[in-house]
Design a protein around this ligand. Structure first.
Ligand code: FAD
Length: 637
């Protein structure tokens, strides 16, 4: 029988980023015993890296802003493939979640009259991103952690035990979800330091594990982003949607090679930075797509006036949604007008005084000085696209975050639907707060409605342990594979063949490569012990990355159009007949190591009429079929 440390909770939240912490706070505030489990150190989640800000239509800088405008921008950004109910909840609730953060102690930058300051960002009609310099994610995590500590102090005052109702298990990786029949019953994992096993018995699990970026070679994402939550959900019987949509952020560092992919915040362009090619030309004016022509300036003078007079000028195309800017950079580089190291130039130095740059963008200044020996107050940065965010994730019920498996909930980057085919910058941090809270509440309500607690079978615990230690004693017939080699081959293949511009033949090659790696993973061998063993950790994560990569490649091959974070060289236009189709990934084979993936189609629910009518018919005509538009008053008239 497997030696395992056992814990019993009402709700277990996997992930301690913004989504996980907000979910945990909600579950605890509703009286449930809650555990937060994270594979990194507490406080080190990916959310910490968020720079630009959190989008919420508070209207502090431009009073014309409101939730309807934010909703419209979000749907436009996602090319109308978003789950409209999620976009509606998000736009309506984001301001309250930001103000709530202030009550937890967040210190946002202020306007001159003392309100929370808001900055411009791509695709947002008005200045909307509440921020703390370019370190917003750090402040968000700091205050959510502080709130947890304050709740623990309340619990101590009441029970004498700080951890009576909420406890954090840091550096602890969950490798499997366990069920009782069709219901969630708990989670199995290991302590990264000791390698010892740990079991959580709990009727509700909230997945808040973030993204999948480490499946790609060039990425802004940290080591944690191995798609664990996506794969855990699939193996537990839940579904993923929108996996073909990967956001390649237009501005990652391109030089030196060791830091390639690290993010250069969109805040640089929001604050006045502009993109130029090797001829010094502001090339974004050549890339304004038809659907955005009325909203973006077509000349430098108007674009520059917009920064100070946004009511009477159209915005700069440097701030088009990320998918558009990333494709434009890709085209410039391909046409031979790139920078020396294969990117383009991002210039803020000629646009504002050095002192102002250091004040507004301290992290960027530091990052380029330290990593590339570039002083951004004196010279342009070199930037290029980097894999940044996955729009796809666990298919959830919008109001509660419930996945298809009873007892399983998801929020944050691991959940799908909210951002459609492309996320607007700043809409993730707000998503974490809005849907983290809702998933915590959904899990609490679910547990409170149960008549009996599910039980975990010992055989399931033994199987999970067996799977985790398999790399120490692989089944292979003398062939030995190295997890780092497999990881690097997978990343290269995903980058080259399922990257920013896709073709059917290349994606088939990627799927062949993934099939080969799925066989080779059975022969992966790791040396040494279970005590802090990075090779073993990677071998465990590889299973997950192979599963999510297969989802991305299969769905991308099926979607024969270009939309948001999915660009097909062989199907270059958007097709209205694809707009209301979701591609749904589920497990199709009972291979215990890396189960195969099946992709099916599901219709997207039609938008509620009053939301539909927030858009002009002339705009909707660019995205919808005639049949769908028949119910719009603009058509009926
Ligand atoms: P995370 O914050 O990544 O947390 C995931 C958690 O899950 C971690 O605690 C991790 O340890 C844990 N975990 C994962 N797998 C396991 C496992 N198997 N077992 C246990 N624990 C596990 N968005 C914005 O809106 N505004 C911005 O300005 C912005 N800037 C960004 C800058 C950078 C450099 C990057 C990379 C992203 C940025 N984003 C921004 C996106 C945003 O930061 C992320 O989408 C968001 O933070 C994800 O939060 P999360 O709570 O879903 O996950």
């Amino acid at each position: 029988m497997t030696q395992v440390e056992r814990h019993t909770y009402d709700v277990v939240v996997i992930g301690a980023g913004g989504a996980g912490l907000r979910a945990a706070i909600e579950a605890r505030q509703r009286g449930l015993r809650t555990a937060v489990v994270c594979k990194s150190l507490f406080g080190k989640a990916h959310t910490v890296m968020a720079e630009g800000g959190v989008a919420a239509s508070m209207g502090n800088v431009n009073s014309n802003d409101n939730w309807q405008v934010h909703f419209r921008d979000t749907m436009r950004g996602g090319k109308f493939l978003n789950n409209w109910r999620m976009a509606e909840l998000h736009a309506k609730e984001a301001p309250d979640r930001v103000w709530e953060l202030e009550t937890y102690g967040a210190l946002f930058d202020r306007t001159k009259d003392g309100r929370i300051s808001q900055r411009n960002f791509g695709g947002h009609e008005y200045p909307r991103l509440a921020h703390v310099g370019d370190r917003t994610g750090l402040e968000l995590i700091r205050t959510l952690q502080q709130k947890i500590v304050s709740l623990q102090q309340e619990d101590h005052a009441e029970t004498g035990d700080f951890e009576a109702k909420i406890k954090v298990f840091a550096e602890c990786t969950v490798t499997e979800l366990l069920k009782d029949g069709d219901k969630i019953a708990g989670a199995f994992g290991y302590w990264r330091e000791s390698g010892r096993f740990i079991l959580f018995e709990a009727p509700a699990i909230v997945l808040a594990t973030g993204g999948i970026g480490k499946s790609f070679k060039v990425t802004s994402n940290s080591w944690e982003y191995t798609g664990d939550g996506h794969a855990l959900a699939l193996r537990a019987g839940a579904t993923l949607i929108n996996m073909e949509f990967i956001q390649f952020h237009p501005t990652g560092m391109v030089w030196p090679p060791s830091v390639k992919g690290i993010l250069v915040t969109e805040g640089v362009r929001g604050d006045g930075g502009v993109l130029r090619n090797s001829d010094g030309k502001r090339f974004m004016f050549d890339y304004i797509p038809e659907v955005f022509k009325d909203k973006y300036a077509d000349n430098e003078e108007e674009a520059d006036r917009w920064y100070t007079d946004p009511d009477n000028n159209r915005r700069t195309p440097d701030l088009l949604p990320r998918d558009e800017v990333a494709r434009a950079i890709n085209s410039e580089v391909k046409a031979g007008r790139g920078s020396p190291h294969g990117g383009v130039f991002l210039d803020i130095s000629s646009r504002m005084p050095a002192e102002e740059i250091r004040r507004r963008l301290p992290s960027m200044h530091h990052q380029f000085k330290e990593l590339a020996d570039v002083d951004i107050t004196a010279e342009p940065m070199e930037v290029g696209p980097t894999c940044h965010y996955v729009m796809g994730g666990v298919e959830v019920e919008p109001d509660t975050g419930a996945a298809k498996v009873p007892g399983l909930f998801a929020a944050g980057e691991v959940a799908g639907g909210m951002h459609g085919s492309n996320r607007l910058g700043g809409n993730s941090l707000s998503d974490l707060l809005v849907f983290g809270r809702r998933a915590g509440a959904g899990a609490a309500d679910y547990v409170q409605g149960l008549s009996a607690r599910p039980e975990i079978a010992q055989s399931d615990v033994d199987n999970a342990a067996q799977m985790a230690v398999a790399p120490f004693d692989p089944a292979g017939d003398g062939v030995e594979e190295n997890p780092y080699t497999l990881h690097s081959e997978m990343q290269q293949s995903m980058n080259d063949l399922v990257g920013i511009i896709r073709k059917a033949g290349e994606m088939r090659q990627a799927l062949d490569k993934l099939a080969e790696l799925k066989q080779r993973i059975r022969n992966v061998v790791v040396e040494g012990h279970r005590q802090f063993n990075p090779g073993w950790h990677l071998a465990v994560d590889l299973r997950n990355m192979l599963m999510v990569s297969e989802c991305v490649a299969k769905a991308a091959l099926i979607r024969e159009e270009s939309r948001g974070g999915h660009t097909r060289d062989d199907h270059p236009t958007m097709n209205a007949n694809w707009r209301n189709k979701l591609l749904v990934c589920s497990v199709a084979s009972d291979d215990a190591v890396v189960p195969g993936i099946e992709v099916t189609e599901e219709p997207q629910l039609a938008m509620r009429q009053e939301l539909f009518e927030l858009f002009e018919i002339s705009e909707l005509e660019k995205y919808y079929t005639d049949e769908e538009l028949a119910v719009h008053p603009g058509r009926k008239a």
